[in-house]
Design a protein around this ligand. Structure first.
Ligand code: LLP
Length: 425
């Protein structure tokens, strides 16, 4: 679900032609649709309403203040993984008592910051971390709300680098150890055992692993509720989105069956929520990509086209430093010219100007003929796009724009050359 569509051949964000935005603000340029963000958030909220959900948007997916503010106004909480993300969320108007704090290596300073602000819960991942939180809470003369992250040892069937719920991964504590772990933690005076949480991975396109993990966890959660009075079940994030439009409805059924049409917030809830009814606890969800992934695009301009006997290289002004997902995960992003280009499709390698062969967005992709000055959009770049960008090759980072109906605002200015050396001697 998103609001990037063609109108009279021009690719638009909501009603705004993207080529006008590229002309005004330059490229590379991230453009987000506020309407898409709100509607995706509301889909999660509506689909889980039976279990009184706290929906904590995963800030790592998109941490721009304008994006966070749009969601905070909807009532979203936030899933944060660093003091920096908490700082951003608070600046965007979030309430700390609607934020959860994840991560295997929180520092003392980060934990103290979260406790002072009144965080909803810290999601702890090891015994030493629980002792660390307990020590800091006692020092601050407070009680720290915590949930333990459980590793259910379920393979999420996603890319190796974004699977988190198996015993090969650094995350959570083994689910078999859970009851003894909580009994021990209950003796630490600085802790309040508020919930239990899991997160098995990202870009998950089938309900099966979610259901398998919940089924494993359910008897344990019932036990923890009875023994320790836990108040919520945290499902983490992970819901996959459509990257390849060939998987959207309208494509042939055999093709969709082969490739799993990704779940929607509603089909995900329909598959998982019934399992949790008997628990009688509210849920905490941490969707990132599922809310902002389809809500953003990256615009780029063609700098040159280089033809060789073997290849047609389309060279852009955007590079792996702007959008690293293809280089890092072999991720697929649909590439669309901003205005319709007619002509026979040409198998093209779309690349950036960075001095690495890995700076390749796609290989041998059939694309319409493109030439210098043409502009293209990478679709579904709203999650883990700008947040994973860098200054590699001393390239200033892209600007970010938020479109909300007729209103266009600069969510982040383009970096300047002076920004590149700020703080350096
Ligand atoms: N909760 C926790 C504890 C997480 O670690 C994550 C993501 C989320 C929630 C949000 O997951 P989502 O709903 O977005 O799948 N950079 C990778 C994705 C890394 C995900 C890391 N953890 C990518 O570009 O695909």
């Amino acid at each position: 679900m998103h609001h990037f569509h063609r109108k009279n051949g021009a690719l638009c964000c909501e009603d705004m032609p993207l080529s006008a935005l590229a002309a005004q603000y330059g490229t590379p340029l991230y453009v987000y649709s506020a309407r898409t963000l709100r509607e995706c958030y509301r889909q999660f909220a509506a689909s889980w309403s039976a279990l009184d959900p706290l929906i904590c948007f995963a800030v790592k997916a998109n941490s721009n203040l304008s994006v966070l503010r749009t969601l905070a106004k909807e009532g979203a909480g936030f899933d944060i993984v660093s003091g920096g993300e908490l700082f951003r969320a608070l600046r965007a108007g979030a309430r700390a008592d609607r934020c959860v704090f994840a991560g295997v290596g929180k520092t003392d300073a980060e934990i103290e910051f979260a406790l002072r602000e009144g965080i909803f819960a810290l999601h702890a991942e090891s015994w030493p971390e629980l002792e660390q939180i307990n020590r800091l809470a006692l020092r601050l003369k407070t009680i720290a709300p915590v949930a333990v992250r459980v590793n259910p040892n379920v393979d999420a069937g996603t890319h190796r680098k974004i699977t988190t719920g198996t015993y090969e991964n650094k995350f959570g504590i083994p689910f078999e150890d859970l009851p003894a772990f909580y009994d021990r933690a209950a003796r630490l005076a600085g802790l309040r055992l508020r919930g239990v949480q899991m997160h098995i991975g990202s870009q998950i396109t089938s309900a099966r692993p979610f259901r398998a993990a919940v089924k494993k966890m359910l008897p344990l959660a019932l036990l923890l509720k009875a023994r320790h009075g836990i108040e919520y079940f945290g499902l983490g994030g992970g819901l996959g989105i459509v990257y390849d439009p060939a998987l959207e409805s309208g494509s042939p059924a055999w093709w969709r069956r082969q490739k799993h049409p990704p779940l929607t917030p509603a089909t995900y809830a329909a598959a998982v929520l019934p399992l949790l009814r008997s628990l009688g606890l509210p849920v905490v969800l941490e969707p990132g990509r599922g809310i902002c992934g389809n809500a953003g695009v990256l615009l780029a301009s063609v700098v040159n086209v280089k033809k060789t006997a073997r290849k047609n290289f389309v060279i852009l002004d955007a590079a792996m430093n702007d959008l690293i997902r293809p280089a890092f995960y072999d991720a697929y992003h649909q590439i669309e010219p901003l205005t319709v280009r007619r002509g026979k499709l040409i198998r093209s390698d779309v690349v950036g100007p960075i001095c690495e062969s890995g700076d390749t967005f796609c290989q041998a992709r059939p694309l319409p003929p493109l030439s210098a000055g043409d502009r293209v959009a990478f679709l579904s770049a709203g999650a883990y796009g700008f947040t994973m960008s860098s200054n590699y090759n001393s390239r200033p980072r892209a600007a970010e724009i938020l479109v909300d109906g007729q209103q266009v605002s600069v969510a982040r200015k383009r970096e300047t050359l002076a920004d590149l050396i700020r703080g350096e001697q």
